[in-house]
Design a protein around this ligand. Structure first.
Ligand code: SIN
Length: 511
């Protein structure tokens, strides 16, 4: 092991443990599954996906597992099983489904340490973050366990005195769930919890980078007493084919997708042949605005939490930090100083590590492209700025760029990596216009102590979610989703269940 603190950030480098060694330390080894899960059976399939630890890739010891890559026939079988299971599952009571979800919540908590280790291995985020992700992920089962018994319709007065109108709320049917690698557990539970609470059955395609958490959840759903066919998990190395199959299949009644805007558009096109109900949680380009009346210390903490969560790899990470000219110097000094003092980049299972690698070389290329483009157009590197090959190929310093302008790529696109661009502004009008320029609108953040401004700005920002004086907004109670090309539909919260139900109108004549 060696420790380096010579350049701007604290960085630690290790001989990273072999993945197989970590797997051998799981307290509950049965959580480590490498087969797909269809109708309560573990299916090996003919092909496999190599799953690697991004912290040590491409070292041969980075290989965690060869996971089954399931075929189109397997998908057909899973959809059939989910469709058969729906015939009975839709008739269960909300109270019963609530108990199933609470069992699953409990099992996640009991196995939290192992589940967190699986996330560190396949995603690279530090253990504390992975442990936090399991708390977050499990909270969706708890939340939707509480919602399940309360899925209710309505009685509506009719214009005909002899009639009564009832709005019945029913489960929509078999749901296709397509999830990303950045939250290998939470992006599944946020969808699965709502689907099950509503009485739907599911076919889940996890990201090929991170299928192990999904398969561990499938195992726990079995232990929790879920009937066969309600949860099916099918890893696939051919994401476009699996997505197309789910979107075009007539027996899939709804698809929920979290991922990029480009892929979301493709899936939406494919879903048109069956006019499928969709929820799309797509890319963002979150503005983070620090006004002249802000509490700057609080804004610094919020910026670190929002920008560098999961090394910048969340859809709601601050992407453009707009700082009022009167507090720009104070903010940039405090921001870089705090990062310098608190950040430890390295292998996620090592004590004290705060930030891990990016997921793979494609992510790294985008980070480099954004930094190089910005610097070539006049941005200044205030912190970091370099790759960290001494730790591993996928490690990059947390980076702060100053004097960023709107002509730079980093202002225009989501970086999805650990780079914070600081952009100076002088008026509320100017910053609102700049913040709203992108054609996406997922999350946004701003800091101000003026109540009038808080309401004014909240109403003007074109995003689906806002943090006012906070950089940490995620929890089960938040209606999660975007506007513009960040997609539609809301996950979590009391609204999350609506996407998994249909409303059926019943006119009852009582004359
Ligand atoms: C995401 O990055 O898509 C999800 C982030 C969150 O739920 O906090």
């Amino acid at each position: 092991m060696f420790y380096r603190n010579s350049i701007k950030l604290a960085v630690r480098s290790y001989s990273i443990e072999a993945s197989s060694k970590v797997i051998s330390t799981l307290k509950n080894p049965s959580l480590f599954k490498t087969s797909g899960y269809i109708n309560g059976e573990w299916i090996t399939g003919n092909d496999t996906i190599e799953v690697h630890n991004p912290a040590s890739f491409p070292d041969p010891t980075s290989k965690i597992a060869d996971v089954a890559s399931l075929s189109a026939t397997d998908y057909e079988n899973a959809i059939e099983a989910a469709s058969n299971a729906f015939a009975t599952f839709k008739k269960t009571t909300g109270r019963h489904r609530s108990e199933l979800l609470l069992n699953l919540y409990q099992l996640m908590k009991e196995n939290q340490d192992d589940l967190a280790k699986l996330i560190v291995l396949e995603n690279g985020k530090p253990y504390a973050d992975a442990y936090g992700e399991i708390t977050y992920a499990a909270s969706f089962f708890q939340w939707f366990a509480e919602e399940a018994p309360r899925v209710a319709g309505d009685i509506i007065p009719s214009s005909n005195g002899s009639n009564r109108i009832l709005a019945l709320r029913q489960p929509i049917g078999v749901c296709g769930i397509i999830t990303p690698w950045n939250f290998p557990a939470a992006m599944i539970t946020r969808k699965l919890g709502a689907a099950v609470a509503a009485g739907c059955t599911t076919v889940i395609k996890p990201a090929s980078e991170t299928p192990l958490s999904a398969l561990a959840l499938a195992h726990l759903s079995e232990l929790a007493g879920f009937p066969k066919g309600v949860v099916n998990v099918l890893p696939s190395s051919d994401a476009p084919a699996a997505g197309k199959l789910l979107c075009e299949h007539p027996k899939i009644k709804k698809v929920s997708f979290t991922g990029s805007t480009n892929v979301g558009k493709v899936l939406m096109g494919q879903s048109s042949s069956t006019l499928k109900k969709l929820s799309m949680e797509l890319g963002g380009n979150a503005p983070f605005i620090v006004f002249d009346d802000a509490d700057v210390d609080k804004a610094v903490d919020g910026a670190i939490a929002s920008k560098f969560r999961s090394s910048g790899q969340t859809c709601i990470c601050a992407n453009r930090l707009f700082i009022h000219e009167s507090v720009y110097d104070e903010f940039s000094t405090k921001f870089t100083e705090k990062l310098r003092k608190t950040v430890k980049i390295g292998y996620g299972l090592e004590e004290g590590i705060t930030h891990g690698p990016v997921i793979h070389s494609k992510s790294m290329s985008k980070v480099r492209q954004h930094i190089d483009d910005a610097v070539s157009k006049g941005a200044k590197v205030l912190l970091g700025g370099s790759k960290l090959p001494e730790i591993g190929e996928n490690f990059h310093e947390l980076t702060v760029l100053g004097d960023v302008t709107s002509d730079m790529l980093i202002s225009q696109e989501e970086t999805f990596g650990p780079v914070a661009p600081l952009i100076k502004f002088s008026s509320e009008e100017e910053v609102l216009q700049a913040a709203n320029t992108p054609d996406v609108g997922l999350a946004g953040y701003f800091y101000s102590t003026d109540v009038s401004r808080i309401f004014r700005v909240a109403e003007e920002l074109e995003v689906g979610m806002l943090g006012a004086n906070t950089g940490a907004i995620s929890e089960a109670a938040l209606p999660f989703g975007g506007v513009k090309q960040s997609g539609f539909g809301r996950e979590g919260s009391k609204f999350g269940i609506e996407d998994y139900t249909i409303v059926k109108g019943l006119v009852l004549n009582i004359a």
